[in-house]
Write a protein that binds this ligand. Structure first.
Ligand code: BDR
Ligand code: CA
Length: 318
């Protein structure tokens, strides 16, 4: 059983990823830490508590901060995820799930220290909480099992950005945090647009999921109507790309992903803000801001048909 803390900004695809993790026999979601992005921190936290309550999740929920490290705030992505962050499906005013008294980064530090070598951090939003945790307690780098991030774009399969031509939204939203987290001395795998935009869930697939998964099908179908419309209006897609669930799937079925290792830096300002740059070779240059950093892993390909079948089988198994 792989124990995870899921750092997230639910978020329609975040909710689908959390459902996958919760439904999987291979994963125990120990904690859910919230970040801002797809919606305000208040809304993403409310949505996390709602998901916990609705599906009987045991994970503790801890709220994160509401500002990126560079203090440059951006508007929530309501165009993609709706005003409430969950495609404007109705969410009750009163949610009876408890919130941790700890702020997310303290929760992350405390939980990792309590269970050394056990916890995998899976981050599918901006990396602010993880950056604050590792800055505050660098020793957790040696205590965490691994760090899996949905974020970045390295140009494989033609994918270089979604929010800007050269930046993926989670990295763009806090590029300083991303550079800190990616370059800390812990094992990181980045599951970026290179693979997440290779998997598409069509409306027919979601309809099949609706009728086959008694527990989750209708909910997934309902929250994704808004998301699918955005992708159709914006890119003419029938359905949508599968971002955050790709990070969870990497944990469940790493064998369906192709990866490579190298050094990564993030551009933190200017026109290319949020751009992730991967250095492939071991050549040392006269000026080199890459080589002295730890080597990390990026996902560059995925077997998308197997992915969709696995997602379906797991979600429909209960
Ligand atoms: C990422 O941005 C967010 O909108 C999604 O939830 C996903 O984590 C994709 O770029
Ligand atoms: Ca997300």
């Amino acid at each position: 059983m792989k124990k995870i803390i899921f750092d997230t900004d639910p978020g329609i695809d975040d909710a689908m990823a959390l459902i996958l993790a919760h439904a999987s026999q291979d994963i125990e979601v120990v904690g859910i830490t919230t970040t801002f992005g797809n919606a305000s921190i208040e809304n993403t936290t409310r949505n996390a508590l709602y998901l916990k309550q609705k599906f009987g999740m045991l994970a503790e929920v801890a709220q994160g901060v509401d500002t990126p490290l560079d203090q440059v705030k951006t508007e929530p992505a309501t165009l993609v995820h709706g005003d409430n962050g969950l495609g404007n499906v109705e969410i009750p005013d009163q949610i009876n799930a408890p919130l941790s008294p700890l702020v997310a980064h303290d929760y992350i530090v405390e939980t990792i220290k309590k269970q050394p070598g056990e916890i995998t951090l899976v981050a599918v939003g901006r990396l602010t909480n993880l950056a604050l945790a590792i800055q505050q307690a660098p020793e957790i780098a040696q205590l965490v099992k691994e760090v899996i991030i949905m974020g970045g774009a390295f140009g494989h399969n033609g994918h270089t950005g979604n929010l800007t031509p050269f930046a993926e939204a989670n990295v763009y939203g806090d590029p300083l945090a991303a550079d800190i987290v990616i370059n800390a001395d812990w094992p990181v795998t980045m599951v970026g647009l290179d693979v997440t935009q290779q998997t598409l869930m069509s409306n027919a697939y979601l309809e099949k999921l609706r009728t086959n998964s008694t527990k989750y099908g209708q909910f997934i179908h309902d929250i994704t109507r808004f998301y699918a419309k955005f992708y159709n209006d914006d890119l003419g897609l029938d359905g949508f790309y599968v971002h955050d669930s790709s990070a969870i799937m990497y944990l469940i079925a790493p064998e369906i992903f192709t990866t490579k290792r190298g050094h990564i830096r993030v551009i933190t300002e200017g026109a290319a803000k949020g751009h992730t740059l991967f250095k492939n070779s071991d050549r040392v240059f006269p000026i080199d801001e890459w080589t002295h950093k730890p080597k990390q892993t990026i996902a560059i390909n995925v077997e998308s048909q197997i992915f969709n079948q696995r997602y379906f089988d797991i979600v429909c198994s209960n």
